[in-house]
Design a protein around this ligand. Structure first.
Ligand code: 5GP
Ligand code: ZN
Length: 117
């Protein structure tokens, strides 16, 4: 754990968050500045700064992030082809990554335009 990292501290329970799911490897909580009716963040408990720091050994971890996101989308009521949702990972400055602990955004509950900004 990186004590200077906001999301490590949320995963450790040191900083409060509205947590919807957690297990031994991932934590899911509501984004503090939601960009859609449902806007969740899914993070690995382990500090990983970005997708650039993933290796092949992390495939199960990435799979768990996506699988949990799918479960949460279904629980939120838009986890179907007729409804739909968006999963986003911002990596690096040009993509607007502002927290340097890997996180998967789950956005849903409204129409989502394409292309993104
Ligand atoms: P990024 O821009 O790095 O892809 O996304 C970071 C996200 O973290 C943003 O959507 C931002 O609103 C969210 N965020 C930043 N600080 C906090 C916080 O203290 N708590 C929660 N729940 N979300 C945060
Ligand atoms: Zn961290």
């Amino acid at each position: 754990m990186d004590l200077s990292c906001l999301f490590c501290r949320i995963a450790a329970g040191e900083i409060p968050a509205d947590i919807l799911y957690q297990d031994e490897s991932v934590v899911a909580f509501r984004d503090i500045a939601p960009q859609a009716p449902t806007h969740l963040l899914l993070i690995p408990r382990r500090h990983v700064a970005s997708t650039l720091d993933l290796s092949g050994d992390d495939a199960p971890l990435v799979g768990q992030l996506v699988t949990v996101a799918t479960q949460l989308a279904q629980e939120a009521g838009f986890g179907s082809i007729s409804e739909g949702y968006r999963l986003v990972i911002n990596t690096g400055d040009a993509a607007g990554q502002s927290v340097h602990h890997l996180h998967l955004h789950l956005l849903g509950g409204r129409h989502l335009a394409w292309p993104p900004g």
